[in-house]
Design a binder for this molecule. Structure first.
Ligand code: UT7
Length: 322
């Protein structure tokens, strides 16, 4: 059976970096509160007119260059997003068209902050059937468009961005141990009301705004994430101690630290971008992976564990050898 091997990564952020102090000028908050409770120092926010596919295309182009793969060789485009350009068609088809890809399949996947991990697991399954050869898997979000900018409890937490990876199906002999080794996805819809958007085409006919009971989400996150990392490691037959890099969803530095502590992984083996990106939902894991690879920390041959949890609740993890 073929293996899905990571060929390249890319990231894109809107140019405007917004500090906590800028937000504190219009909301009852402070840089000290935000840094202490979340580790966030800044986020990038999109200008009016920029859309999710703009960021997705930029991240995809960077990933294609890193992979040395021409866009036309891609036969599967999956975009994980909760902030699509339009209700339909899928943002993935807009990305496909703008990259000049005319063959294969393209679709969006919606699992909020777990979206990229879900999309990676789905792309891995499709590549392993040998029906597709090269996948572009993208997490892209403009959460600034669905925030309630008068709610200090959520407005300070999120940012805009996109991250992308190119996966290629290879025979095991060619892959030489590289590729996605295991993936595990979970959901529990009983917790849907703890993190949701209060609108949608099927209910209010409006886009709606993000609502969250942060403390409750926090409580579930650490337990669920530590559990799913263990489950994924067991599936792959590796020990958690063998993981070279934890690439976690970037919602809150305290969640990342508590999860790493529960797993017995030192913070020196964890990629953290929440300080500069804030929570970019489905874009956070591929942006962190891209950063770790580009700055030379994550090297070929190393074991990386990607994990995320978000609205739904949904959560999941993917273990891959770079
Ligand atoms: O990506 C999907 C998953 N999402 C997450 O993982 C988010 C998980 N949750 C969290 O990261 C944290 O719960 C938050 C960062 C959202 C909140 O931190 P917390 O330590 O749980 O604070 P809290 O909600 O318990 O609020 C503590 C206090 C409250 O005031 P009182 O009631 O104690 O007087 C809040 O009103 O902090 C207040 N507060 C703020 N103060 C200044 C809430 N937001 C702010 C703010 N600035 N921005």
């Amino acid at each position: 059976m073929p293996v899905a091997v990571l060929r390249g990564t890319g990231g894109a952020l809107p140019p405007r970096r917004v500090t906590n102090d800028e937000l504190a000028a219009r909301l009852a908050t402070s840089d000290a509160w935000i840094v202490e409770r979340t580790g966030i120092r800044a986020r990038h926010l999109a200008p009016p007119g920029m859309c999710t596919s703009d960021l997705a295309v930029a991240a995809a182009q960077a990933a294609l260059v890193a992979a040395g793969t021409p866009a036309q060789a891609i036969d599967l485009v999956v975009v994980a997003t909760s902030t699509p350009d339009r209700t339909f068609p899928a943002t993935a088809t807009a990305v496909q068209a703008r990259l000049g890809i005319t063959g294969g399949a393209a679709f969006d996947l919606q699992a909020v902050c777990s979206g990229f991990v879900y999309a990676l697991a789905v792309a891995d399954s499709l590549l392993r059937t040998a029906a597709y050869r090269r996948a572009l898997v993208i997490g892209a979000e403009l959460f600034s468009r669905i925030l309630d900018w008068d709610d200090r409890a959520t407005a300070v937490l999120f940012g805009d961005g996109a991250g992308a990876v190119v996966l290629e199906a290879m025979e095991p002999a060619e892959a030489q141990g590289r590729g996605i080794l295991a993936a595990r996805l979970r959901a529990d819809g009983r917790y849907g009301d703890l993190l949701y958007v209060d609108g949608g085409p099927g209910t209010t006919g409006t886009v709606g705004r993000l609502r969250m009971q942060g403390r409750e989400v926090f409580r579930h996150a650490v337990v669920n994430l530590a559990d799913i990392v263990h489950e994924t490691a067991i599936l792959a037959g590796v020990s958690v101690a063998d993981i070279d890099w934890l690439v976690p969803h970037q919602a809150n530095r305290r969640i990342i630290e508590a999860t790493a502590r529960k797993l017995g992984l030192p913070m020196e083996r964890v990629i953290v971008t929440v300080d500069e990106h804030a929570n970019t939902s489905a874009a956070s894991v591929p942006l962190a992976l891209d950063q770790g690879i580009r700055d030379g920390r994550i090297r070929p041959g190393q074991l990386c564990l990607l994990e995320a949890m978000g609205g739904g609740f949904t959560w999941g993890a993917v273990l891959l050898r770079i």
